[in-house]
Ligand binder design. Sequence first.
Ligand SMILES: NC(=O)c1ccc[n+]([C@@H]2O[C@H](COP(=O)([O-])OP(=O)(O)OC[C@H]3O[C@@H](n4cnc5c(N)ncnc54)[C@H](OP(=O)(O)O)[C@@H]3O)[C@@H](O)[C@H]2O)c1
Length: 348
Amino acid sequence: MGYVVAVVGATGNVGQEMLNILEELNFPVDKMHAIASRKSKGVEVSFGDRTLKCEDLEQFDFSGVDIVLMSAGGKVSKEWSEKIGKAGPIVIDNSSAFRMDPDVPLIVPEVNPDAIKQAKKKNIIANPNCSTAQLVVALKPLHDAAKIKRAVVSTYQSVSGAGKEGMDELWNQTKAIYGLGDATPKVFPKQIAFNVLPFIGSFRDDGYTDEEAKMWDETHKILDPSIKLTVTCVRVPVFVGHSESVTVEFDRPISPDEARAILRDAPGVQVIDKQEADGYITPIDAAGEHAVYVSRIRKDHTVENGLSFWVVSDNLRKGAALNAVQIAQLLDEAGVITPKSGYRTLTV
Ligand SMILES: NC(=O)c1ccc[n+]([C@@H]2O[C@H](COP(=O)([O-])OP(=O)(O)OC[C@H]3O[C@@H](n4cnc5c(N)ncnc54)[C@H](OP(=O)(O)O)[C@@H]3O)[C@@H](O)[C@H]2O)c1
């Protein structure tokens, strides 16, 4: 017996990956509902070898659903997630709307699985920002071995982090520039094709962006509030896959070899680190994969106990859809939910 599951935002980048990953990981689904906005009612999406017709969020009755994977943007989450949670299902919310709510656990299963115990407070669990998810998967095993005092992170974030429209803008601008067409920016504030933008989200009074603040706020909530973190978020003309340059200062010496050994044993991490042309990972290599890849591990000679490294992952997968499905697995394995449609097959 399995669950009745609904994916809200099923026509979107992340929603489509959620459907793919639920199928790939054999999540026990008895009935799947694909939900989007009114304009997508009847639009067909694939779930394994089945075709689902999208239903309209406004008209959908959530009372018979066990798990809702919510991925339709912050505005839709703010309006709907609490209402849906009160109707019975557990909502795994992919937006930033509830991440810092003290009554909503923010979970990366490799890092803070025990937070699942808080799931019933509001029947909402938050999924972190894409850049935070991959960062904390890499930091956690190192932090367990040698406390992280401070980290300096620069991101290289792909356009799919800005949804379907972000991908379309890179594609259309690239074609327009080659074909002398109109390359006027519409989604990003400046031309993204053949360019990099040191700005994601909106500016705050202190000069940082809200995307940068999300990374330290969420890292503090998921991993450890004592870690000092400074971040620069940059949008790059890559379709899928976020990269991060990370420099960490520890409270004790930790060699690159020790870090490699720790990370090789860590859940969700793959170390690809050889000093040769093919010895590191790029976003193209990581796209479509589940792992958080770590490369270029080396000593930072400017501080006493420092390491620098490169972290890459598929932002639509570990940064969003995969993490959400792993949370659903955790709910099931921890016995936090039982299917309304049948009886449990798994007990922990
Ligand atoms: N992309 C990433 O790397 C990433 C990572 C972490 C978190 N997230 C978060 O995931 C969410 C979705 O991102 P995305 O990249 O999948 O965006 P997207 O490709 O633009 O897709 C947006 C989805 O939301 C649906 N939607 C929009 N307005 C709606 C409404 N009023 N009612 C019902 N459905 C509505 C759209 O349906 P229609 O087709 O009918 O408009 C579409 O299915 C966002 O909250 C984003 O911040 C994204």
